[in-house]
Design a protein around this ligand. Structure first.
Ligand code: ZN
Length: 274
């Protein structure tokens, strides 16, 4: 396999999750060999932020986002929003997230809480002029309505986007990007594959969501950092473009969205051209 001329950035990786503890270093070494050099690591609960700070201290190339994820609504308290505002001001983050709306999680009370935390986090992104990392399932019309209410200066990314092409176009009009992950490895994901085949390449970012969202063939195992390269190859095949062309564009997209610096020199990954 020819080495890529561009390094890769994982735009969404739960690098700090305990499920990676036993495989993190091995997986990271493999990822490095494949040219993966930076990770955007979104927070999910107030308790997760300290874990991400430890990852940042221990590893190169880890860039944090701070947020409160709808999956963990039972762990959130309204005062965590104040802590989040303080965290975002104190510890430079590349985005607010991950947060969002998920209609697959049940109950009216749950939904009202989701809306409460989502609106507050959109307001924070607005005030601090940060992009957002959004988790949205079966709730695109709700999210698009909120985004019209709270227009964001820097938009953000729809992580693991699985909506329709029509929905994608509405986010695109607001300046959003889309996270492409392991879902495109599944033959049955026809609609998602088609959406990612058609959207402008300038709007796509690569992500693993590791240890979540394993690729086809690896179900039941924690997803690994090095699989980002496989996502790149699948996307290149889908777009019928050379992997190098796709790599250069998605890395440029990710750098621009999160205002990331170039990676620091690393002997394994060869030269940096920028
Ligand atoms: Zn995530």
């Amino acid at each position: 396999m020819l080495p890529l001329s561009s390094y890769l950035i994982d735009s969404h990786c739960h690098f700090d999750f305990p499920q990676l503890d036993t495989i993190r270093d091995d997986s990271l070494a493999r990822a490095h060999q494949l040219g993966i050099r930076q990770w955007v690591v979104p927070g999910v609960t107030a308790a997760s932020w300290a874990r991400i700070e430890s990852s940042m201290a221990a590893y190169e190339g880890v860039f944090p986002a701070w947020g409160l994820h709808p999956y963990f609504i039972d762990q959130h308290q309204p005062e965590h929003l104040e802590l989040l505002a303080a965290q975002l001001r104190r510890h430079p983050a590349v985005a607010v997230g991950e947060f969002g709306l998920d209609r697959m999680l049940s109950g009216e009370l749950h939904w009202q809480q989701q809306l409460f935390y989502c609106e507050h986090q959109l307001q924070l992104a607005q005030q601090l002029q940060l992009p957002v990392i959004l988790h949205v399932r079966k709730a695109h019309s709700d999210m698009l309505a909120l985004l019209r209410r709270y227009p964001l200066p820097r938009a953000g990314v729809l992580h693991a986007f699985s909506g329709s092409h029509e929905e994608a176009k509405r986010y695109l009009a607001l300046g959003f990007s889309f996270g492409v992950g392991g879902s495109i490895s599944y033959e049955r994901a026809t609609r998602t594959r088609e959406v990612f085949r058609q959207l402008p390449l300038q709007s796509l970012l690569l992500e693993t969501d590791a240890p979540d969202m394993p690729l086809s063939g690896y179900q039941g195992q924690p997803n690994r950092l090095e699989r980002l390269h496989q996502v790149l190859m699948l996307l290149a095949e889908l777009r019928q473009l050379p992997p190098d062309v796709v790599a250069q564009q998605v890395t440029a997209n990710t750098r621009a969205l999160f205002a990331l610096p170039p990676p620091s020199a690393c002997p394994e990954a060869g030269k940096d051209t920028d």
